[in-house]
Design a protein around this ligand. Structure first.
Ligand code: G16
Length: 543
């Protein structure tokens, strides 16, 4: 077959610093749009001779078309081999696992993560480097710069390959192997968790409801939970990946996973509930009539890690994103291990994991993971919880309550104001930043402010500095409000307001979070003028 060079139009609407492109499907359907990104990426990567590329996505609308295009461009780039998931499917953590296990030079993930899919939904593409993690900013910024200059697309004119049958075919001398999307990942899970103990748990009648939200987590959860661990058929619901996720918003939080919450609140609720997102890197864990906050989940996993085979020798350290609650810091202090506070974005954990400084990491946005891969990992977190329940004999709720008793409860909530016109959101953040120097030492809305800043992070491994990573207003009692604009929304801007209050008094641990946090909500409005500047009387989503 021939290799073609086609003209293209430079574009520049990828944001610098983001780990890929995430846009409406209609934007991706523009001529050469995906091609432009892929060409920019291939232009900044070193020569591909002898190299392996991993390729797969979450199965959303446009996944298959994009896989075929990327295969043709990979052939033109000169890759020796591409490992592509059967049906074009690979979860984000599975891409990371396959890159690491095979020594591939990198991988391309097709997903807009937890954003809705379908012809009217979102599509996305991102590149992971040889350690299995998201490309660092120096790579993504170079891709962005190149995308504004690139003039031509190099692509093979070979026909589509069959994606549904396992096996190897060739395209212009490049080997393409269609792999089982689950096998490598399942092997990794087997090496970390006590599968026998979990098998016994299910054999003893333990009931789990795993909602895969019609996204890519389904095949993984079915194969491992039902196939290998003996959970009864039907444990995994919404387990077949659909191009539009069956209309669900595959973002596991109590609002979007309302069906799971309803089942977990019923009289005959299962013992544990769980959900994963579009590309299966996020997770939510729910007990019987008991929702676990992601920040508490991370702290529980850290507190009991040595009960799990893969972490028996202890944790090197833990890391959390800045807006994530401080619960895990308290556990780390008691364990005598380091805890790191990073900007939002999984890529910031990469250096800490590679340098052996942290073993577990997590974020308030329902992401939890460890050094086993370089992405957050939804099913891994669920298996971790199952392993803990199996070996302690304690329920999900009991494990969280034990955490609160020992360390106090970090009462936590995130308020999202979605689809704000970008100019308004920028004005709000600018005003807030301007007001920061005057805040410490003042009392606003009845709250005594001790400290206020715009979070800046110096990477302890490579010394790189990331500034303007979110505004923090911290009170004398340690309570805090954090403000930042989402980097993943595709419509206008989303303002996220993170609220945290530490409650040491066990008799108040059952307090309803929104009630406990009300003074902080008033403080947030008083310093950021959210209601008047956005015209929104209340958040679009509270989790
Ligand atoms: C991505 C990153 C996460 C980060 C999240 C933040 O998640 O991988 O590390 O926490 O974005 O989202 P936002 O900027 O909207 O608050 P994902 O699951 O979308 O890849």
């Amino acid at each position: 077959m021939a290799l073609l060079t086609l003209p293209t139009t430079p574009f520049s609407d990828q944001k610098p610093g983001t780990s890929g492109l995430r846009k409406k499907v209609s934007v991706f359907l523009q001529k050469n749009y995906l091609e432009n990104f892929v060409q920019s990426l291939f232009d900044v990567l070193p020569e591909a001779k002898g190299q392996t590329l991993v390729l797969g996505g979450d199965g959303r609308f446009h996944n298959r078309v994009a896989v075929q295009t990327i295969l043709r461009m990979a052939a033109a780039k000169g890759y020796a081999r591409v490992l592509v998931g059967q049906g074009g499917i690979l979860s984000t953590p599975a891409v990371s696992a396959v890159i690491r296990a095979t020594g591939a030079s990198g991988g391309i993930v097709l997903s807009a993560s937890h954003n809705p899919g379908g012809p009217d939904g979102d599509f996305g593409i991102k590149y992971n480097i040889g350690n299995g993690g998201p490309a660092p900013e120096k790579v993504t910024d170079a891709v962005f710069a190149r995308s504004r200059e690139v003039q031509s697309i190099h692509i093979s004119d070979s026909p589509d390959i069959a994606l549904d049958a396992l096996g190897t075919v060739f395209m212009d001398g490049m080997e393409i192997t269609v792999i089982d999307p689950v096998a490598q990942y399942a092997e990794l899970m087997r090496s970390l968790f006590d599968f026998d103990a979990i098998r016994k748990l299910f054999a003893g009648g333990f009931r789990l409801r795993y909602d895969a939200m019609n996204a890519v987590g389904g095949p993984y959860a079915r194969a491992i939970l039902e196939g290998e661990l003996g959970a009864p058929a039907g444990t995994v619901v919404n387990g077949v990946p659909l191009e539009d996720f069956g209309g669900l918003h595959p973002d596991p939080n109590p609002v979007n996973a309302e069906d799971l919450i309803a089942h977990m609140s019923a009289e005959d609720a299962p013992d544990m509930g769980a959900a994963s997102d579009g590309d299966a890197d996020r997770n939510m864990v729910v007990g019987r009539r008991f929702v676990v906050s992601p920040s508490d989940s991370l702290a529980v996993l850290a507190a009991h890690a040595t009960l799990v085979p893969g972490y028996r020798s202890g944790l090197a350290g833990v890391a959390r994103s800045m807006p994530t609650s401080t619960a895990v810091d308290r556990v780390a202090k008691a364990l005598g291990i380091a805890s790191y506070e990073t900007p939002t974005g999984w890529k910031f954990f990469g250096n800490l994991l590679d340098a052996g400084k942290a073993t577990l990491c997590g974020e308030e946005s329902y992401g939890t993971g460890s050094s086993h891969v370089r992405e957050k990992d939804g099913l891994w977190a669920v298996l971790f919880w199952l392993n803990l329940v199996a070996v302690t004999g304690k329920s999900v709720e009991a494990l969280v309550r034990e955490l609160w008793t020992q360390y106090g409860r970090c009462v936590y909530s995130r308020h999202d104001y979605e689809a704000i016109p970008t100019a308004q959101a920028d004005t709000l953040m600018r005003g807030l930043r301007d007001a920061l120097p005057g805040l410490p030492g003042t009392t606003v809305a009845g709250c005594d402010i001790a400290f206020a800043d715009d979070f800046s992070y110096t990477d302890p491994v490579d010394g790189s500095v990331s500034s303007k990573q979110g505004v923090r207003v911290v009170l004398k009692d340690g309570s805090r409000v954090v403000f930042r604009l989402s980097g993943t929304g595709t419509e206008g801007a989303t303002l996220r307001v993170y609220l945290e209050r530490h409650e040491p008094d066990a008799s108040r641990h059952d307090i309803e979070a929104q009630t406990a946090l009300r003074p902080l909500v008033e403080l947030a409005d008083a310093v950021a003028h959210i209601r008047s500047l956005t015209g929104m009387g209340r958040p679009s989503v509270m989790t």
